[in-house]
Design a protein around this ligand. Structure first.
Ligand SMILES: CC(=O)[C@@H](O)[C@H](O)COP(=O)(O)O
Ligand SMILES: NCC(=O)COP(=O)(O)O
Length: 242
């Protein structure tokens, strides 16, 4: 089964609109865990528009499941990740003012700065995943520079699914996953996955983990967070993640 890591960014976004700690990111994490989520993901951004650095420390104190911290490895980000030592750190090449994550790493140009960062994280026992597009040469490079996993950036898949043009795009993802697996990289996936497009994506064999936030939290407004997590787990229960 593909594991589900629930991204709590959007819980924090709502929380930040008042000074009441409501909704509580910690309470949301516990609800997701009680519903069976395999992990919790957060993506602290430099402007702390949703997850604050303090949330990362607070979550690290209470989590009983995999903790995945995503972000651009700025000095501030690296300091917090090295202190908290989550299970997994997913490095994402997003600009400080990015609306949301909008691309994978270009390892033909960005490898040199990543090599020591990956090594530093691995020396602390943190699994390193790189946010990547479906380019096979880039995926090869991810393995060469020491990544443990890649996270396939699924926005293009989600858009293709929505616009009814998904088959050729899906094949690119299946090929990318197969390439990664053939050279020993684990494969995660995320961005704009939802209850409709998730099942097809995870029919790709060996997707180890999906991280899902925006759509899951939107679904939670209708069905409650506990039930939303259950619904996503139900879709994933038919998949072959490992
Ligand atoms: C890395 C990634 O794909 C993101 O989906 C992310 O964590 C979402 O970020 P926002 O919630 O800030 O859009
Ligand atoms: N890594 C992707 C993620 O954590 C969640 O992305 P989204 O579901 O909020 O688009």
């Amino acid at each position: 089964m593909t594991n589900l890591s629930v991204n709590l960014n959007k819980i924090a976004l709502l929380r930040n609109s008042r000074n009441l700690d409501l909704p509580s990111v910690i309470q949301a994490a516990n609800t997701c865990i009680n519903a069976g989520a395999h992990g919790i993901t957060v993506h602290p951004r430099p402007d702390e528009r949703h997850i604050k650095y303090a949330d990362v420390y607070a979550l690290a104190e209470i989590l009983t499941v995999e903790f995945n911290v995503e972000g651009n490895p700025t000095p501030e980000f690296m300091e917090i990740v090295c202190r908290v030592q989550p299970t997994q750190c997913t490095l994402v090449p997003d600009a400080p003012d990015a609306f949301t994550s909008d691309r994978g790493w270009n390892l033909l140009e960005e490898s040199d700065c990543l090599i020591p960062i990956i090594q530093q994280l691995k020396d602390l026992g943190i699994r390193v995943s790189l946010f990547m597009e479906c380019d096979l040469a880039q995926i090869q490079r991810a393995q060469e520079i020491g990544a443990d996993r890649i996270e396939l950036y699924t926005e293009p898949y989600a858009t293709a699914y929505r616009t009814g043009n998904v088959e050729s795009v899906f094949i690119q993802y299946a090929n990318a996953a197969r390439k990664a697996q053939s050279i020993g990289l684990g494969v995660n996936a995320g961005h704009d996955l939802n209850l409709h497009n998730l099942g097809k994506f995870c029919s790709i064999p060996g997707i180890l983990e999906v991280s899902i936030g925006h759509a899951l939290v939107a679904d939670a407004l209708d069905m409650g967070l506990f039930n939303a997590v259950k619904q996503y787990l139900k879709v994933l229960s038919n998949t072959k993640g490992d």
